[in-house]
Each structure stands twice: as structure tokens, then as C-alpha cells.
Design a protein around this ligand. Structure first.
Ligand code: ADP
Length: 287
């Protein structure tokens, strides 16, 4: 799949109204798309193993989406084949009192990846330019008045660009994924959650209220993505009306990003090789 078609790195504008959320690339149907699932998982396993062994770069994968777009399923899919020791998932909820007493990047910094590992953010500091912008939550926060300026979100975009550049320049790769669904598809998903007893738990009372702000969210996503698409930390906008397509594309994006890192198993020098030969001899000489 050509992941470039879905990549925003500052060289083109993202226009949310023109984006087809129902596209499925070269795949005819789910079966066709999932036929390479095992290959993906094997590739991811191999790359993760080398990333871990090399212990130089770390990878941060950010997932953002409207409710019911398939974020959790995508996280599960990506995680399915990989070594749990090398990955962490952090869910960004409504900030706690402790988190609110810090700047909005603080909790992200704490949860960021270590070298050799993958950190997955299920939502992220982008909430601070999405839900906070749509509902103007900063106005009722403990931020001092001097910070509650009209251009607060422009400033945050800049802070985010700088933060991501800082991470990149210190050995971390960042991939940002927006699972883009249509309002109609969200309705279908919500109805399933209401109708299917096994899915009832997924439906929250506030979900319909947020759906009422759909247009404002779309505008906030478009603005945030255009303002923070960079070469170092590109956005990928993933058509998500067909979840099976979104998952394949996401797996591809992560595999290709890791291929780009191209982690290598550490090699040993002559001295170490001689030492290993000694250990081998000791083992072989055991009674
Ligand atoms: P999810 O929908 O990701 O499965 P939840 O149902 O717990 O998980 O939703 C998390 C909620 O936390 C979302 O409504 C999200 O907008 C909200 N949230 C996350 N970060 C912030 C923030 N910085 N300020 C306000 N709300 C936030």
C-alpha cells in the first residue's frame, strides 16, 4: 500500500471535507485486506526485536479519533504480535487533579517511549487543542489570565511542533494517526453499541453530546493537523469507515516507519568474540 497518499508532513494541506473516509485502497474486501495479516505481524515482530536489541531509537505512536472510529481495535491489532516487554500503552483521559496542576505536556513526557521501545498513546496532548478548543475548557482552568489569550491554540501548536522536534532530535520517532470516520459511520457504530449487549459497555452517556459538536471537532482536527504536520512528526489520516482497511493501513504505517529506522542487532568485536569462544569451550567441557 502506498502510505504516502495518507501522509501529511507539511508538503500538502489536509482538507477534511474532501477526504473520503470510506476508501479501501487496492483492497476489494475484508478478506483480501486481511490476507497479509500474518506477514505484517511477522514483520513487526522482527523489527521490534531489533529495535529492542539495538536500544537506540524509540517510537511514539499517537492515535486520535472521534468516538467509535476504532482506536481501541487498532491498538489491539498493532499490539497483537509484538513482545509486551517492549511496548507501553497510555490512555489519555480527562486530566486528573495532579495532571491539571502541571502543564499539558507533562503527562505525555512521563509516558513517552524509552529507547528501544514503542509507546502507544491512545489519545494524547492533542486533546489539549481538540476537546479543550471545542469546549474552550482552558477558560475555566487554573491557568493564569496572562495565558488565556486568543491565540492560545496557535501557541500550543507551536509548542507541540517544538516538543516533537525535540523528541526527534533526541532519538525518538513520532507517528501520528488520525482515524477519520464519517458522521454516518459513527451513527452506525453507536447504534451497534446500543443494540448489541456485548457492546453496551462501550457506549457512554456523553457520546451523543460530543457528536453534537461534530463540525467544531472536524474544524479543530483540520487546524491541528495542518499546524503540526512536519517531516519529523508526520500525521497519517486513515480512512476508517471500513475498520479492516484502517487496521491494515495502520500496520503498514508502523512497519514502514520501523523499516525507516532500520534497527540492527548490535555486533560484537573480535575481543568479545574470543571471550564468547572461551565461554563456549567452558560449556562444552562440562562433565
Ligand atoms: P476513550 O473514548 O478514548 O475510549 P474515555 O471514554 O475514557 O476513553 O474518554 C476519554 C475522555 O477524556 C475523552 O472524552 C477525551 O476528550 C477526554 N480528555 C482527554 N484529554 C483531555 C483533556 N486534556 N482535557 C479534557 N478532556 C480530555
Amino acid at each position: 500500500m502506498n502510505i504516502k497518499d495518507f501522509r501529511y508532513d507539511g508538503s500538502k494541506k489536509f482538507n477534511i471535507k474532501e477526504f473520503d473516509t470510506n476508501q479501501t485502497g487496492e483492497f476489494k474486501d475484508r478478506e483480501d485486506a486481511e490476507s497479509n495479516r500474518d506477514d505484517h505481524i511477522l514483520e513487526l515482530q522482527g523489527l521490534q526485536d531489533r529495535l529492542y536489541a539495538e536500544n537506540k531509537e524509540g517510537l511514539l505512536v499517537i492515535f486520535q479519533a472521534m468516538d467509535a472510529a476504532g482506536k481501541d481495535g487498532a491498538v489491539k491489532y498493532v499490539m497483537s504480535g509484538i513482545n509486551p516487554a517492549g511496548v507501553s500503552v497510555y490512555n489519555f483521559k480527562v486530566p486528573t487533579a495532579e495532571e491539571m496542576d502541571h502543564d499539558y505536556l507533562w503527562r505525555a513526557m512521563k509516558a513517552g517511549p524509552e529507547r528501544g521501545k514503542i509507546a502507544i498513546f491512545n489519545r494524547s496532548y492533542y486533546e489539549d487543542v481538540l476537546v479543550v478548543k471545542v469546549h474552550q475548557l482552558h477558560l475555566n482552568s487554573d491557568l493564569p489570565d496572562r495565558c488565556k489569550t486568543k491565540d492560545i491554540f496557535e501557541k500550543r501548536y507551536e509548542q507541540i511542533r517544538n516538543y516533537e522536534k525535540h523528541l526527534y532530535e533526541n532519538g525518538f520517532r513520532i507517528v501520528k494517526i488520525f482515524l477519520n470516520i464519517s458522521k454516518d459511520e459513527q451513527k452506525k457504530q453507536f447504534l451497534q453499541r446500543i443494540d448489541d449487549p456485548a457492546k453496551n459497555w462501550k457506549f457512554a452517556d456523553g457520546d451523543l453530546k460530543e457528536r453534537g459538536f461534530w463540525d467544531q471537532y472536524m474544524e479543530a482536527y483540520e487546524d491541528a493537523i495542518n499546524a503540526t504536520s512536519t517531516k519529523e512528526a508526520p500525521w497519517y489520516v486513515v480512512p476508517s469507515d471500513k475498520k479492516w482497511f484502517a487496521r491494515q493501513l495502520i500496520a503498514d504505517i508502523i512497519v514502514k516507519t520501523m523499516e525507516d529506522i532500520d534497527p540492527q542487532y548490535p555486533t560484537v568485536g573480535e575481543e568479545r568474540k574470543a571471550k564468547l569462544a572461551e565461554f563456549r569451550k567452558l560449556l562444552m567441557d562440562e562433565e
